[in-house]
Structure formats: structure tokens, C-alpha cells
Design a protein around this ligand. Structure first.
Ligand SMILES: Cc1ncc(C[n+]2csc(CCOP(=O)(O)OP(=O)(O)O)c2C)c(N)n1
Ligand SMILES: [Mg+2]
Length: 332
């Protein structure tokens, strides 16, 4: 199937309410992210893996699917889980390893999102394992005669792992209802894309498997949402998997343990900050009259207050009890 390249904003039939929610989710992910970083620098949170810069891509794909679909995000995908209903409180409880943490009762590293009720499947720390899990889940949906789609995300560096190629091969042979979503931020920690692969666009890899592939402007919420929605509809019609590449950039280091000054220039980072997905969405909602300037300012205050409250709540929440150490480890 042909590979397409989309860089323009797609015309979508989203209601003003849906656009407002998407903007709010992007903003919530951003503010949670910024505050988590501060908590790390203050010595309160051991490890943070930021979503900053990826919000349009993440909320874009996270909001384009149905409740009955399956979500296999990767560690950077805070925006995806926020779009599925994950709250600031849940994010802070997980970050601080508190007992009430929804994803693992305070046991997992931050960024390992799992939420059974919302069909969010937790990932493992070796990159790319979720891609194979998504294919297995899509195959199971097919065998059960359901019309659900499994969507998984990964970084562009992870497309050089064997798991990714095995997953695409199998999914393409059986035309499984699975979406492979690559959030291409040009780096795998310190390795630039040119050291990860010899192709310009990750979507070129779709050709080798005979499946649909597209490169999308990953800082454009509407383009990411539309591409995901259309790919999911094709999958539901048994037309096979799609490899979507969302070109974006993380404007901060890989993790709280990384120093990006050693491998990329400040000019490059500043250049990408000028293309910030939230500023772009904000310009859209104001220009379209979806929010007035006053309503926008009120929204930012509301979201910041929500995150402040979540931090206070999570800091006061109890840690898991020692007696609970083996819960969820052995059958009970
Ligand atoms: C199999 C494996 N190799 C290496 C690592 C260490 N590691 C964690 S994240 C990462 C970079 C992945 O880059 P990319 O796929 O582009 O995603 P990004 O972090 O840029 O979003 C690496 C090498 C790992 N977790 N698992
Ligand atoms: Mg990357």
C-alpha cells in the first residue's frame, strides 16, 4: 500500500467541546510534566521521563480511539493516558510511589502506565516489547470477533529493535487491527536519527511489510487525531495495520538523569520551542472563538490549581505497607 506524507492540518469534524477537551488535556499533561520535573530537582521524586513537546501527538492519538480499543503506550505517553482519563492525582501518586497509585500500588517505575478498566496495558522497561503485545491483543480481538483496535506507541529509535520488525511482519500477514504509532523526536537518548537508521522517514519501513504508512506533523493535534482515526477505521474494516509516524521533538532532556547539552545545540532546541504544540493549539482555540482570552487564562489557572492540589494530596498519601510487598506478585 502507498506511503503518504501529510504535513498540513487535516480538516476534522471535531466539535468545539472536543477541541476544548483536547487543549485542556494537552495543557494538563504539560503542567503535570513541568511540576514533576520540579519535584525531581527538589529531591522529592527519584525519576521523571518527560512528555514535553509530544502533547499534540499523544493527545491526538489517545483521543481518536474508542473505549473498547486497547492502548499500549510507552514511557513518554503521559498525554495519551491523560486523554483516557488519567488525572493529576494519579500521576503524582505514581511518581511518588504511594500505595494509592493506580498503575501498580507504588511499585512500578514512573511512566509504566497500566489501567485495566480503561484497557491501558502496562509496558516493560526494555523498549519495544509493547509492540509485540499489541499484535497479540489485536489477534485475540480478531479471534473473538470483536471490532476493537490495538494501538501502541514507541520512539523512532525503538523501530531499530527486532521486536518492531517481527511485530510488523506478523501483523501484516494476518492484516491485524493494530496501529503502530511512532513518536519521532529525532533522538534515542543521545543518538540522533542518522545513527539509528538509514531512512529519512520511519514510515518508509511500512513498504517492506506491505502495509500503509504515513508521516504526519506530530505537533499538529488535528493531523495526529485524524490520521489515527482513519487508520483505526481501516483496521476495523479488516484492511490491515498502519504505521503512523508523528514527527515531533522533546524540548527537554530524555529523562531527569540526562543532560542534553552534550549532544544537541541550544539553537536546535530553541527552534523547536517556536513550534510548540500547546502554543499552536492555543492560537487555534482563540482564533476560532472556542475560548476567549479570559476563558483561556482561567483554564490555565484551573489546571495549575488542579496539579498543585494533586501534589499536596500525593505528598500526604501513605506509602505501601511492608505487609503488602508480595501483593500482585504471587497468586492469592
Ligand atoms: C532493549 C532496550 N535497550 C535500551 C534501553 C535503554 N533505553 C531506554 S529509552 C531509550 C531510547 C529510546 O529512544 P526512542 O525509541 O527514540 O524513544 P524516545 O525516548 O526518544 O521517546 C533507550 C536506549 C531499554 N530500555 N531497552
Ligand atoms: Mg526518540
Amino acid at each position: 500500500m502507498a506511503r503518504t506524507k501529510t504535513r498540513a492540518t487535516a480538516a476534522t469534524a471535531l466539535t468545539p467541546d472536543a477541541v476544548r477537551k483536547a487543549y485542556r488535556d494537552m495543557l494538563l499533561a504539560r503542567i503535570i510534566d513541568e511540576r514533576q520535573w520540579v519535584l525531581n530537582r527538589a529531591g522529592k521524586a527519584p525519576f521523571v521521563i518527560p512528555c514535553r513537546g509530544h502533547e499534540a501527538a499523544q493527545v491526538g492519538w489517545g483521543s481518536a480511539l474508542r473505549d473498547t480499543d486497547f492502548f499500549l503506550p510507552y514511557y513518554r505517553d503521559l498525554g495519551v493516558v491523560v486523554a483516557r482519563g488519567y488525572t493529576a492525582r494519579q500521576a503524582m501518586l505514581a511518581l511518588l510511589g504511594k500505595a494509592e497509585d493506580l498503575t501498580s500500588g507504588g511499585r512500578q517505575m514512573p511512566g509504566h502506565y497500566g489501567w485495566r478498566e480503561r484497557n491501558i496495558i502496562t509496558g516493560s522497561s526494555p523498549v519495544g516489547t509493547q509492540v509485540l503485545h499489541a499484535v497479540g491483543i489485536a489477534y485475540a480481538s480478531r479471534l473473538r470477533g470483536e471490532d476493537s483496535v490495538a494501538a501502541t506507541a514507541l520512539g523512532e529509535g525503538t523501530t531499530s529493535q527486532g521486536d518492531f520488525h517481527e511485530a510488523l511482519n506478523w501483523a501484516s500477514i494476518y492484516k491485524l487491527p493494530v496501529l503502530f504509532i511512532v513518536e519521532n523526536n529525532e533522538y534515542a537518548i543521545s543518538s540522533p536519527q542518522s545513527r539509528e537508521m538509514a531512512v529519512q522517514d520511519v514510515s518508509e519501513r511500512a513498504l517492506g511489510y506491505g502495509i500503509a504508512g504515513a508521516t504526519i506533523d506530530g505537533n499538529d493535534y488535528f493531523a495526529c487525531h485524524e490520521a489515527t482515526f482513519q487508520a483505526a477505521e481501516r483496521a476495523r474494516r479488516s484492511e490491515g495495520p498502519t504505521l503512523l509516524e508523528f514527527k515531533t521533538y522533546r524540548t527537554v532532556p530524555h529523562s531527569s538523569d540526562d543532560d542534553d547539552r552534550v549532544y544537541r545545540s541550544r539553537e536546535e532546541v530553541e527552534d523547536w520551542k517556536q513550534k510548540d504544540p500547546i502554543t499552536r493549539m492555543q492560537a487555534h482555540v482563540l482564533a476560532e472563538g472556542i475560548l476567549t482570552k479570559q476563558e483561556d487564562e482561567a483554564l490555565w489557572r484551573e489546571v495549575k490549581a488542579e496539579v498543585d492540589e494533586a501534589i499536596t494530596y500525593a505528598e500526604q498519601a501513605p506509602y505501601p505497607k511492608v505487609e503488602d510487598m508480595y501483593r500482585h506478585v504471587y497468586a492469592e
